[in-house]
Design a protein around this ligand. Structure first.
Ligand SMILES: [Zn+2]
Length: 410
């Protein structure tokens, strides 16, 4: 277990925060610091075809050790951390044999990680937790995933009696700013399918995510001196509220869960002359997703008819789609992961993601790619933590998926 702790800490000690306002890839230069280290490490443990391209996408191969054809499978993680919270100077704390009580992250600043607020902690009584010192995020998202993949490859190399086909490994920058898959060369990767090791709690296995679109609704007004405005002024802000109130009030993020979709008003910018409303639209179901977009268009048309003027306009833009459509035709790739977990005594938690993943983009780029737990909790903030035993289990899941795939095709 010390080996996995040391490896994980060596990764989180390197700041790799990504930056949504940058146009380069990787979005921040410092991501190269970890990328270059990972390339060296993959070579050191004995991986083949280790490569890094001009955008810092890393790929490597573990060759097959069987003499029959097995599909090539891949494991993918991202090495950037979220710009939501600083990842510089991470000072990890290791809590052995966790007693189920409050963990003081920072005495001076009175920052406490408490199971009375974060109930998931109680799942890990007796385990070894790695936490922050309360002043940074931890970076388990997704350096836990990278730790697990590297450790699993090292284990397979050192234990050649475990039979497996060809395995590809891929590490990407900039996932946290939604660009991890953008410059991923799916052809070069050359896998039949892959898994992102980027989920949270032990057991998580995900192959459904939202369909996602963005909408901008504009209401146009007319500015006139308020003293002489009678019958002339059109105040776009009042009209904009008509639109807001025409949408189903309870179909919003704060009123929905599970498979329920929503409209989410993210921003209003208004003055008399023009008001713009920014929405995101989310639904797992493709038909309901399309119906949501149509409803917005219909409301715009209806309101323009009602006010006998083209006050409203709408622009809709699809963002990403539910990977379920691409994964269901090859459902055995989920089944293998589920079987691997069960054989290791892990209860699979299969649930829809209320968001997107790099895997959903990759699935639409031709690489079906469910998501497996990496073990961490409370991502993107000071309360982030990871149980070492969960990372260890993720290593075992990777090895078992490789082994089961080889067995099924023998
Ligand atoms: Zn992540």
């Amino acid at each position: 277990m010390q080996h996995i702790i040391d490896r994980f800490i060596s990764y989180i000690s390197i700041d790799t925060e990504s930056d949504p306002n940058s146009n380069t890839t990787p979005s921040t230069k410092k991501q190269w610091n970890l990328a270059n280290k990972l390339v060296d490490e993959l070579k050191t443990i004995g991986m083949s075809d280790v490569s890094i391209d001009e955008n810092a996408y890393i790929m490597a191969t573990l060759p097959s050790n069987v003499d029959y054809d097995v599909p090539t499978i891949g494991f993918i993680s991202h090495f950037d951390t979220s710009p939501d919270f600083t990842g510089a100077n991470v000072k990890p704390q290791i809590i052995e044999n966790y007693d189920g009580k409050d963990i003081v992250l920072n005495k001076k600043q009175d920052i406490v990680l408490s199971p009375s607020y974060f109930e998931d902690l109680l799942l890990y009584k007796g385990k070894t937790l790695i936490t922050t010192d309360g002043t940074t995020l931890l970076g388990a998202d997704d350096k836990a995933g990278i730790t697990e993949i590297v450790t699993a490859m090292e284990y397979l190399i050192n234990n050649p009696h475990i039979k497996h086909g060809k395995i590809r490994v891929g590490f990407t920058p900039d996932e946290e700013i939604g660009r991890g898959a953008h410059k991923f060369d799916v052809d070069k990767f050359g896998a039949d399918w892959a898994y992102t090791m980027d989920g949270s709690q032990i057991g998580e296995l995900e192959y459904e995510n939202f369909n996602a679109a963005g909408a901008v609704i504009k209401a146009k007004g007319k500015i006139v001196h308020p003293g002489y405005a009678k019958g002339k002024m059109i105040n776009s802000m009042y009209y904009a509220t008509e639109f807001i109130n025409s949408l189903p009030r309870l179909e919003t993020p704060e009123h929905t869960e599970g498979y329920q979709g929503f409209f989410h008003l993210t921003k209003i910018e208004g003055k008399v002359e023009e008001t713009s409303l920014q929405y995101i639209i989310r639904d797992h179901d493709k038909e309901k997703f399309e119906a949501r977009k149509s409803l917005m268009e219909k409301i715009v048309n209806d309101l323009n008819t009602k006010f006998e003027s083209d006050i409203f306009s709408i622009e809709l833009k699809d963002q990403y789609f539910n990977m379920k459509e691409k994964v269901e035709p090859v459902m055995h790739i989920v089944d293998i992961a589920e079987e691997a977990m069960k054989s290791l005594g892990i209860k699979p938690l299969i649930k829809p993601i209320r968001g997107g993943t790099d895997g959903s983009q990759l699935s639409y780029m031709g690489l079906p790619c469910p998501n497996i737990f990496a073990g961490g909790h409370n991502f993107h903030g000071r309360y982030e933590y990871v149980p070492v035993e969960s990372m260890q289990k993720a290593v075992e899941v990777i090895c078992k998926v490789a082994e089961l795939t080889a067995t099924k095709y023998s």
